[in-house]
Design a protein around this ligand. Structure first.
Ligand code: PHE
Length: 351
């Protein structure tokens, strides 16, 4: 191997590079000459056989050959559209894509839909929305709501106590901690806060130790409302409930109030709405009565106002409370309350 031979070789390689017009040819050139086992590397291997005296000039010529060829190769590569692995003609556009596993958007839960709609109606009528803890104490869930110490609702049959144990007696003086059995303790907390007037609804989850069946669950949802101001009367309560019923159940809806009893309201009423399925004529849903029982309500008991630090001589108020789950059952024609918590996609996707 001599300097002249190397110069000739260099000229040949450059000429051959010059002649390449496609990315594929350029790739072949690279494989033949430039890669680690290519012809140029072989020349470097051969250097060890060159006589010592001419080795420096031969080595220099060989380096020049390598640099020129590599430089020319790079230029050619750029001219032909960049490095070969990034070129579009190497992309197989016929390759099938990965299958899409999520093919539809999420769905709103029927309970949330019902609750949001109800809350929205009250918000439009000027109500605030208030929340409270699900783990409550006896004071907020019962005591300040005028439940006598031996009231049956405090019983283990209804209430999930967190502490103390089931042997608790009112006389012991120990204040039980429990899962709230209704959203009324949020009313107590609002009244205690001392900010008057109050006009709010309280949506939330409540717990009762009931046998689970198609019609009843141990955990369900309520929406309660509370209005406290000067001069609030039963007529205001009736007006608000009628307006709500028309917006939620339809414009032709009528309501009727029946006397009832709750420890925290006096007088107390059960409120029925005319059946929105049959229009009051009588059907399977309203059990031929033409009416659906939807909520409990009444004027806040003066004892409750006083215990929460409100002057019952100056202020009066009304409260109401309704269950969300049964309303949603009727509204969507669902026949089993357990569907709400089973998270079965086949059920949920219908809403
Ligand atoms: N807290 C009552 C219940 O859970 C409902 C209610 C609220 C009744 C407010 C009257 C007034 O049954």
């Amino acid at each position: 191997m001599t300097v002249t031979e190397l110069q000739t070789r260099k000229a040949e390689l450059l000429k051959s590079l010059e002649a390449t017009t496609s990315a594929a040819d350029l790739e072949s050139f690279k494989l033949a000459h430039i890669v680690r086992k290519g012809s140029i590397a072989a020349l470097f291997d051969d250097l060890k056989n060159v006589p010592k005296e001419i080795k420096p000039e031969v080595g220099k010529a060989l380096n020049e050959l390598r640099i020129s060829v590599e430089e020319k190769f790079k230029n050619k590569e750029t001219a032909l559209g960049g490095p070969i692995h990034e070129k579009a003609d190497t992309l197989d556009l016929t390759m099938p894509s990965r299958p899409l596993t999520v093919s539809e958007p999420g769905h709103e839960h029927p309970l949330n839909k019902t609750l949001d709609e109800m809350v929205g109606i009250f918000v439009n009528m000027g109500f605030d929305v208030a929340y409270g803890p699900e783990i409550e104490d006896d004071e907020h869930n019962f005591e300040k709501l005028n439940f006598a110490p031996d009231h049956p609702a405090r019983d283990m049959q209804d209430t999930f106590f967190i502490k103390p144990s089931k042997d608790w007696k009112p006389e012991s003086g120990e204040k039980p901690v429990l899962l709230r059995t209704h959203t009324s303790p949020v009313q107590v907390r609002l009244m205690e806060s001392g900010k008057l007037p109050i006009r709010a609804v309280m949506p939330g989850r409540v717990y009762r130790n009931e046998a689970i069946s198609a019609r009843s669950a141990a955990c369900f949802y309520q929406l309660e409302g509370l209005v406290i101001d000067k001069g609030v009367s039963m007529a205001d309560l009736k007006g608000i409930l009628l307006s709500f019923a028309k917006q939620f159940y339809g414009d032709d809806t009528k309501i009727r109030l029946r006397p009832s009893y709750f420890p925290f309201t006096e007088p107390s009423v059960e409120v029925d709405v005319s059946c929105y399925i049959c229009g009051g004529k009588g059907c399977r849903i309203c059990k031929s009565s033409g009416w659906l029982e939807v909520l409990g309500a009444g004027m806040v008991h003066p004892n409750v106002l006083r215990d929460c630090g409100i002057d019952a001589e100056i202020y009066t108020g009304y409260a109401f409370g309704m269950g969300i789950d049964r309303t949603a059952l009727m509204r969507y024609g669902i026949n089993d309350i357990r569907f709400f918590t089973e998270n079965d996609y086949r059920f949920l996707r219908q809403f």
